[in-house]
Design a protein around this ligand. Structure first.
Ligand code: HSE
Length: 447
């Protein structure tokens, strides 16, 4: 092996969970990584506010400073790894690192989903790489797969379980028949959910990741502001059980889908979805992640693994470092574009408003157990041109106990426009025999 090239020098901004894992794996596997990269990869500088803790982690192997700007200003540093998170100081530091001519590796999906256009443009202008494998689905090499492995394809759709916290909660709700609030508290106690789990449970984290995947899959700019985002806080254990009886599991999916025809564009949405129980992805349990990608040539593919955690995420960070080590001396044209498509060849396909999304639905209506109720409900659906796929009606006593005068009607529909479904739901909701808020969960066949 030719081995004249000097090691790539890396500066870590933040040495928490992922930074610690990156340092440890680079050290443990340094010889193999060097044989793959063709040169060594060395963390020679670390910036962290907790200098004492950082020092105890890296020993004498790297200089430890409190000020991230010392790393950026160091002319010997080739790559800055941003592991701070958030949109604030992380954005400033990433832009400063780019301006200083450093390549950047980041796990920061929030930053790229919201400010990616500005950051990638700055990097392109400066001729440096911004790599972000760790930003989506942790250790699963989904960015590499979408950007390079599937490059022959016209991608039709991407659908993923890309938030481990919510998948853990949904798995527990199903297994134990418990409601969301109870499971969330337990997940926090066990450390699966953060003290402030808002971004996870409201679907925001998944939407950041779906936004990044949509950009790479379809060559559109990152447009987090156009994503439809719905979390799992309104889901009841009851719906999970009804879905199960109908042959489905409920998963929080991040979906990016190409729509052709009259209103062509890209659907970009995160929401709970019924998924056929027989699909492999329906059986992804606990905190695991999985992403399905459908390309016109390859068909449907599935990627599975740990979406978070110290060494799984470090695995992705280091893969980016190896790419950078190999391409460091190559001209900018030889590199894979940040968003898979050449910057001057991006698509202007719009992200469609949610009303234009086409999908099928699970509806649950709490109704009075009287003659004609079902006929009125199905009449409204028929009037709207919404075709019914299946109906399940519970016996009133199963729902409300002996003597109950209420029952649940569950309806599965065929594909329809979201706007059309909204209109039908409003009409059904206005019926005096519909006794509570109608539950609507979208359904994806993923075939
Ligand atoms: N909070 C994320 C999750 C992990 O629960 O999957 C980091 O993206």
């Amino acid at each position: 092996m030719k081995n004249a090239m000097k090691p790539i020098q890396v500066g870590l901004l933040g040495i928490g969970t992922v930074g610690g894992g990156t340092f440890a794996v680079l050290k443990r596997n340094q010889e193999e990584i060097r044989r793959r990269a063709g040169r060594g990869i060395q963390v020679t500088m670390v910036a962290d506010l907790d200098v004492a803790r950082a020092r105890s982690l890296v020993g004498d192997a790297a200089a430890v400073v409190a000020d991230a700007r010392e790393v950026i200003a160091n002319p010997d540093i080739d790559v800055v790894v941003e592991l701070i998170g958030g949109y604030g100081i992380a954005k400033t530091l990433v832009l400063e690192a780019i301006a200083a001519g450093k390549h950047v590796v980041t796990a920061n999906k929030a930053l790229l989903a919201v400010h990616g256009t500005e950051i990638f443009a700055a990097a392109h202008k400066k001729g440096v790489m911004v790599a972000f494998e760790a930003a989506v689905a942790g250790g699963i090499p989904i960015i590499k797969s979408l950007r390079e492995g599937l490059t022959a394809n016209s991608i039709q759709w991407v659908a993923g379980i890309i938030n481990g916290t919510t998948n853990f909660i949904l798995s527990e709700m199903r297994d134990k028949g418990l409601d969301f609030d109870v499971v969330l508290k337990e997940a926090q106690r066990l450390g699966y959910a953060e003290a402030d789990p808002t971004f996870d449970i409201e679907g925001v984290d998944a939407a950041h990741k779906a936004t990044l995947m949509s950009a790479i899959a379809f060559g559109i700019p990152v447009q987090f502001d156009k994503a439809y985002v719905e979390g799992i806080t309104q889901l009841g254990a009851q719906d999970i059980q009804y879905a199960e009886q109908l042959g489905y599991r409920i998963k929080l999916l991040g979906i990016a889908k190409r729509r052709e025809g009259a209103s062509s564009g890209i659907e970009l949405r995160v929401h709970p979805s019924l998924v056929p129980a027989k699909r492999l992805i329906a059986n992804v349990e606990g905190a695991m992640n999985a992403v399905m990608v459908h390309g016109d040539a390859v068909g449907t593919t599935l990627y599975y693994g740990k979406g978070a955690g110290s060494e799984p995420t470090a695995s992705a960070v280091i893969a980016d470092l190896v790419d950078i080590a190999r391409l460091h001396d190559a001209s900018a044209e030889q590199r894979v574009p940040h968003l898979a498509f050449q910057p001057d060849a991006m698509s202007d396909l719009p992200v469609l408003p949610m009303d234009e999304v086409v999908t099928s639905y699970y509806l649950r209506l709490r109704v009075a157990d009287q003659a004609g109720v079902l006929a009125r409900v199905t009449g409204i659906l028929a009037e709207a041109g919404i075709s019914i796929d299946a109906v399940l009606q519970r016996e009133a006593r199963e729902v409300g106990g002996e003597g109950s005068t209420q029952t649940d009607v569950i309806i599965l529909t065929h594909d329809t426009r979201e706007g059309t479904m909204n209109g039908a739901i409003a009409k059904m909701q206005a019926l005096p025999t519909v006794l509570a808020g109608i539950t609507r969960i979208r359904k994806e066949e993923l075939a």
